[in-house]
Design a protein around this ligand. Structure first.
Ligand code: T46
Length: 137
């Protein structure tokens, strides 16, 4: 399984750092939605789902967390600890987010508006779905 991590360009000067993200330049899709999570309770794991068509880039803009990606045949854990690195999460990929530091802010850039019908929240259903669709890279 290929993990795709983007290293964004920080524009640093004596005042500090600034990262700019532009669709189809830094982000490989049209950004139709942005959301973020913070104040995540300690020990919590979020996610436990896949998306049928949504693509996303996850950026832990403050603090740190870990992302488990599972394409149905292989699973990898990716730490996110820098505000200039983004993890690409394709469709047909099971994801779990865990080990959030108390100060973690996880920003997500998404290719589609919120649509509950795009979620697969049952792991067996996910395996069944990708069996029909073909596994994500
Ligand atoms: C994903 C991972 C990385 C909305 O109303 N609009 C939204 O755009 C989103 C993302 C969520 N919600 C509502 C739905 C739930 O009542 O916010 C609540 C929490 O959402 P959820 O339980 O789906 O959150 P996570 O952290 O399990 O998953 C989220 C995204 O939903 C998901 O697409 O890939 O972050």
């Amino acid at each position: 399984m290929q993990v795709v991590k983007y290293m964004f360009q920080p524009h640093g000067d004596a005042r500090g750092q600034l990262v700019a993200l532009e669709e189809h330049v830094d982000i490989p899709f049209t950004i139709r939605r942005i959301y973020y999570m913070y104040d995540t309770a300690q020990g919590v794991t979020r996610g436990y789902h896949a998306h049928k068509s949504l693509e996303q880039i996850l950026v832990c803009i403050h603090g740190s967390c870990k992302i488990r990606l599972d394409n149905g045949s292989e699973s990898k854990v990716v730490p996110l600890e820098k505000p200039y690195e983004g993890l690409y999460v394709a469709n047909n990929m099971w994801r779990e987010m865990f080990d959030f530091s108390p100060d973690a802010v996880l920003l997500v850039l998404a290719s589609e508006l919120y649509d509950e019908s795009d979620y697969i929240r049952d792991y067996d259903e996910f395996l069944n779905f990708i069996g029909k669709e073909g596994t994500a890279q």
